[in-house]
Design a protein around this ligand. Structure first.
Ligand SMILES: C[S@@+](CC[C@H](N)C(=O)[O-])C[C@H]1O[C@@H](n2cnc3c(N)ncnc32)[C@H](O)[C@@H]1O
Length: 291
């Protein structure tokens, strides 16, 4: 797992040095989450709103059945996705998956509470969700960027959907938000290098101006998390209240929770139409490996 975490970190750094802090903290958190709950290598996982499936090398180690879902209108290369469907109406039976991974998707869903109900429905009792959402981050994937969630909203919405909310953890503090805000006028013009395929971690200019300050920040943040009571931890404590985003871990209780609503009209069917677009614009479809 540690090697895979390093591999995914490296790929994410190469792909997008501007979001290094957020991406690394998502990878770190996911590595811990999988090791804590899914060491066996058996069971099934749903990567909801998978995009290019950047975390597949991690979760593929922990499950023998992996299903990636996205909408047909995704701005990302979704060639590796298995099922085209809207997260608010999933074409899977109740209690299908042991785990759901949903990274940076909920803010793109106009009715995120329905998505949480759908997650609860397709998750097995005792299943777990790794959910990440941005907080102080610029608008993206417009016009389908609808929400930013506070910890209270994440707890409230997930409990309303029948989950136990195990934790809501920030990804960075006010320093991280300030750093990325100050970096923007530098990183934005540098991004023209993308056209030459040179906006990467390996480019010395990008490394020095964009990546290195974020790596330095990560060292501080990780120390603060690993050593509670240290002066880094005390400093991070004073800098909380603003963050790049949250990592939320949810658990589906064994005992029956509140009734799960928001059942999908597509339940259990294997629709033949591909190319659902954004919510309400299309019909869910299956590419391969539907559960
Ligand atoms: C910011 S990207 C994140 C992709 C990937 N999870 C990651 O962390 O790199 C958001 C993804 O959510 C997908 N998405 C947006 N609305 C969705 C919906 N209603 N149902 C399923 N996926 C959706 C988008 O197509 C896009 O691939």
């Amino acid at each position: 797992m540690r090697r895979r975490v390093k591999l995914v970190r490296r790929r994410r750094r190469r792909a997008n040095p501007s979001s290094l802090i957020s991406n690394e903290l998502i990878v770190d958190g996911l590595g811990h989450f999988l090791l804590d709950h899914f060491r066996s290598g058996a069971g099934s996982v749903l990567d909801l709103g998978a995009g290019t499936k950047p975390y597949a090398p991690l979760y593929e180690l922990c499950f023998d059945h992996c299903v990636a879902v996205d909408v047909g209108s995704s701005p990302h290369d979704i060639g590796g996705v298995d099922v085209i469907a809207d997260a608010a109406g999933l074409p899977f039976h109740d209690a299908t998956f042991d785990c759901i991974i949903c990274t940076e998707v909920l803010e793109h869903c106009p009715e995120p509470w329905l998505v949480l109900h759908e997650m609860r429905r397709v998750l097995k009792p005792d299943g777990r969700v790794y959910l990440t959402t941005p907080f102080l981050v610029a608008l993206h994937e417009m016009p389908h960027d609808y929400f930013r969630f506070t910890p209270s909203a994440l707890r409230r919405m997930s409990e309303d959907a029948g989950f136990e909310c195990c934790s809501v953890s920030p990804r960075g503090d006010r320093f991280a938000v300030t750093l990325l805000t100050l970096q923007f006028p530098i990183s934005k013009p540098l991004q023209w290098l993308r056209r030459l395929g040179a906006y990467g971690y390996a480019n010395p200019l990008v490394f020095a101006l964009v990546a290195a300050p974020q790596l330095l920040y990560l060292r501080y943040w990780r120390r603060a998390q690993e050593r509670p009571g240290s002066r880094f931890a005390r400093l991070a404590g004073r800098m909380e209240g603003a963050t790049l985003g949250y990592v939320t871990c949810l658990h589906a209780p064994l005992a029956e929770g509140p009734p799960v609503q928001a059942s999908s009209p597509l339940l259990g069917c294997r629709p033949s139409l591909l190319g659902a677009t954004h919510p309400g614009e299309g019909v869910a479809g299956t590419r391969a490996g539907s559960v």
